[in-house]
Design a protein. Structure first.
Lengths: 138, 649
């Protein structure tokens, strides 16, 4: 059987989560490997969430927020952008392939963008195979 | 130990088609702390709601999970449901298996498997939820309306008539908007000014409306119920309190500026009112064209002004108004057609855009209502080119909705005012609206030539210098046409205002691909936005005609009223709080918060959060090095537990 990765998605309520809803309303089809946790703002995301997801066995983590400058909370995603850029570096240091972590700015009107990103990212993570570096083995 | 009830909705076949709902409910029953799990056809229906309420009582549930559509759809509905059954509304969890699952897959295996993982995550999260108390705040009873076109005017009047105090902000020196530029309106051909100017005057006279023309919103603070809006009053150089509108100044002024109102077809004075029925009837000075501001001397207007109202030293001023709700009705621009060089706008004097033509027809316009070309001659043949930039993947994908109809109106007026042949180059005629198809049929009778083919190019005629050639393919006969005309009217795409991005940022509005403001829900919340307390009306949301715009204005007024009629309102309780025992006093939270909600208590050496200012983004919680800040309803524990549940299956 083909490897089906488990991907954790974290989406902000106002842009990416709404955009993901729009993808549904317009009946776009995309792979179902991403499981989305809703937070109010991408700035809520603590780097420990990303690490914990990988420990829990996520093969990839996808974060979505509003476009920089369009944050519902004015500047939240600007902080998120910096923090997540640093997180990516730490992940690399920990031996996690950069391709397993992606941050995307997807607005509430970009349902098609959401579907595209999920499609691309799923394929990418699939090609990387299972993530075992940080996964806590039973 | 909590007692969780899980309610799986079929949503007819919307969910049941790609998720095995009864299997999902059976699975739910096996999860920790779940004491009852059911599936039902429509959970949001009255029987569905009653079922949840019955189970809350019968099984003494202390958590409810509804596995259905997006929380953005029905979270509020189900919060009410459980609250009415005596459960705190924040003990509800929604699992989105419709928008983000059943609608985006065809595979029932995949759908059911993912639904189980999502539900498992929700159970893990639900166990850690805590009851929260909504904040109750005072509501300011006043409303701000941004934009003084027909949408803003109508909304302001409706609200004012209920006794609500309204601030109407307009960036031009007069209210009226595009509708005031038109001569006639389709399909009834009633005179635009005749139906609009009484409303403009009513705004001026209304004791509950404070009109702020030549003004712009520059800053928005606060939140629903309590907005603090800073408004810039641009310098008019005329003291409107002293001016008695004699307009002697405008007669004497030697300055010449381009008339924006007449779409640049003629010049206007440097001190001017845009058009005779402008409201307010008081002039402003345009710095760019004023002889005094350019050369340092002139002041003729000051000499003739008996009221001593001219004030060259006037500066822009800023004021703040407090309101409970906001209506944004800022209208549209026409797309600039100059970059579409194939149509020759700006190159050939015979090529016009539709707003210029509106002014040509208007008796208060540059030609006094006569249809003449720039050289003063009457055109003998006229081509109307639909869909310039609209319905065009290279520019704007959307249909601008009103062009077919105003083109028909133009054709009728051309026939009435000239003896010209009139050609319509269209892709499809779209005449959906009351009386529209009838108007179209009437125009067919009026000997207007309809050619089904988009105008492809406008060139000058080699055979007859001065004339233009419109090239198009007639798609009904598959023939390539070259039609010689004297005048070409382009119907450009309707696009958002050039500064709409700035406004979107000020009010935190989302915009669609084209830049129009996004409604909260395309069908069921067309006037609300993602910002609580801010509503939209008219073309700033998407292209629409006057009847639809007016209807939206009434609707937006009603929406705003639902907020400001109440003295108090509930705000979401999902704010952040500081646990003083673990706060290290680093003040990271104070530095990052966009709303200045956290402050540092110097005596206690800890941060404190002002709940009234907190909007619940959770930024402070994730920068807190000691996890002393708890983002209610999105605590670290809750988020991590949900992740754990999601990854387990």
């Amino acid at each position: 059987m083909d490897f089906e990765p488990k991907i954790l998605g974290i989406a902000c309520n106002w842009c990416t989560y709404t955009g993901a809803d729009l993808a549904g309303t317009t009946r776009l089809q995309y792979p179902q490997n991403v499981r989305v946790v809703r937070v109010m703002c991408s700035s809520r995301i603590n780097p420990s969430f990303i690490f914990r997801a990988l420990q829990l066995g996520a093969d990839g983590v996808l974060v979505g927020g509003c476009h920089p400058g369009d944050c519902h909370y004015n500047t939240g995603n600007l902080y998120a952008r910096r923090r997540l850029a640093t997180t990516k570096k730490i992940l690399e240091f920990a031996g996690i392939e950069p391709g397993r972590f992606r941050v995307e700015w997807i607005s509430a009107s970009e349902g098609n963008r959401f579907a595209e990103v999920v499609e691309e990212f799923t394929t990418q993570v699939k090609n990387l195979g299972p993530q075992t570096k940080l996964k806590i083995q039973e | 130990m909590s007692r969780i009830g899980v309610f799986v909705c079929h949503c007819g076949l919307n969910i049941a088609k790609t998720v095995r709902v009864s299997e999902l409910a059976e699975f739910a029953a096996t999860l920790p702390d779940v004491v009852v799990a059911r599936d039902y056809k429509f959970m949001c229906s009255t029987p569905g709601q009653e079922m949840i309420q019955r189970d809350i009582k019968e099984y003494k549930l202390d958590r409810v999970i509804v596995t259905a559509c997006s929380p953005l759809m029905h979270e509020k509905t189900f919060r009410k449901v459980i609250e009415n059954a005596g459960l705190n509304q924040y003990l509800l969890t929604i699992v989105n298996i419709r928008e983000q699952l059943s609608w985006v897959t065809h595979d029932i295996e995949e759908g059911t498997a993912k639904a189980k993982a999502l539900l498992n995550g929700a159970v893990y999260r639900a166990r850690l939820l805590a009851p929260l108390t909504s904040r109750v705040i005072d509501v300011n009873p006043d409303v701000l309306v941004v934009g003084g076109g027909i949408a803003g005017i109508q909304a302001a009047l409706e609200l004012a008539n209920t006794g609500t105090k309204v601030y109407l902000v307009e960036k031009n020196s007069t209210i009226g908007g595009h509708m005031a530029q038109f001569d006639k309106t389709f399909p009834t051909l009633d005179c635009s000014a005749c139906i609009l100017t009484p409303k403009m005057d009513a705004v001026l006279q209304h004791k509950n409306i404070q009109m702020l023309t030549y003004s712009e919103v520059t800053e928005v603070k606060g939140y629903v119920g309590n907005f603090d809006i800073t408004i810039k009053q641009k310098a008019r150089y005329v003291d409107h309190n002293k001016c008695n509108a004699c307009l002697a100044c405008t007669e004497k002024c030697p300055g010449k500026g381009v008339s924006e109102w007449d779409e640049g077809l003629v010049k206007r004075k440097a001190i001017y009112i845009p058009f005779p029925q402008a409201v307010p009837q008081k002039p402003v000075i345009d710095r760019e064209s004023c002889t005094y501001f350019i050369k340092g001397k002139c002041k003729l207007c000051q000499k003739v002004c008996e009221q001593k109202a001219i004030d060259f030293e006037q500066q822009e001023t800023f004021s703040t108004v407090k309101v409970g709700a906001v209506i944004v009705a800022t209208g549209y621009d026409l797309m600039d057609t100059k970059p579409l060089v194939q149509y020759g706008y700006g190159q050939y004097p015979g090529v016009y855009h539709s707003l210029e033509v509106e002014r040509l027809f208007n008796s208060a316009g540059p030609t006094g209502g006569k249809v003449t070309l720039r050289d003063g001659k009457e055109p003998q043949s006229i081509a109307l080119l639909h869909c310039i930039g609209s319905r065009d993947k290279n520019y704007c994908e959307h249909c601008s909705r009103v062009c077919c109809m105003y083109s028909l109106k133009f054709a009728h007026l051309f026939k009435e005012k000239t003896s010209a042949d009139v050609y319509q180059f269209y892709i499809d005629m779209r005449a959906a609206g009351k009386g529209y198809e009838e108007f179209y049929n009437r125009l067919i009778e009026e000997d207007v030539k309809f050619i089904r083919g988009k105008g492809a190019r406008v060139t000058d005629s080699e055979e007859e210098p001065g004339r233009l050639i419109v090239e198009a393919e007639d798609t009904l006969t598959s023939k390539f046409l070259r039609v010689p005309v004297d005048m070409v009217v382009l119907c450009p795409a309707i696009v958002p205002r050039a500064d709409s991005k700035d406004l979107a940022r000020l009010f935190n509005l989302s915009t669609d691909k084209q830049g129009f403001f996004m409604e909260r829900h395309p069908k069921l919340a067309p006037l609300a936005t993602m910002t609580e307390g801010v509503f939209i009306a008219g073309v700033c949301q998407s292209p629409k005609d006057i009847p639809d715009t007016v209807a939206q204005a009434y609707g937006a007024a009603a929406e705003a009223l639902t907020i400001v009629v109440k003295d108090k309102m509930e705000l979401d309780a999902t704010t952040a709080m500081v646990n003083p025992a673990s706060c290290c006093g680093c003040q990271n939270c104070v530095r990052v918060c966009p709303y200045s909600a956290p402050s540092f208590n110097v005596d206690k050496r800890v941060s404190e959060i002002n709940e009234a200012l907190c909007k619940g983004c959770g930024l402070c919680a994730s920068v807190c090095p000691t996890s002393a800040i708890i983002a209610r309803h999105f605590t670290n524990e809750q988020v991590l537990a949900e992740m754990e549940g999601l990854m387990e299956f």
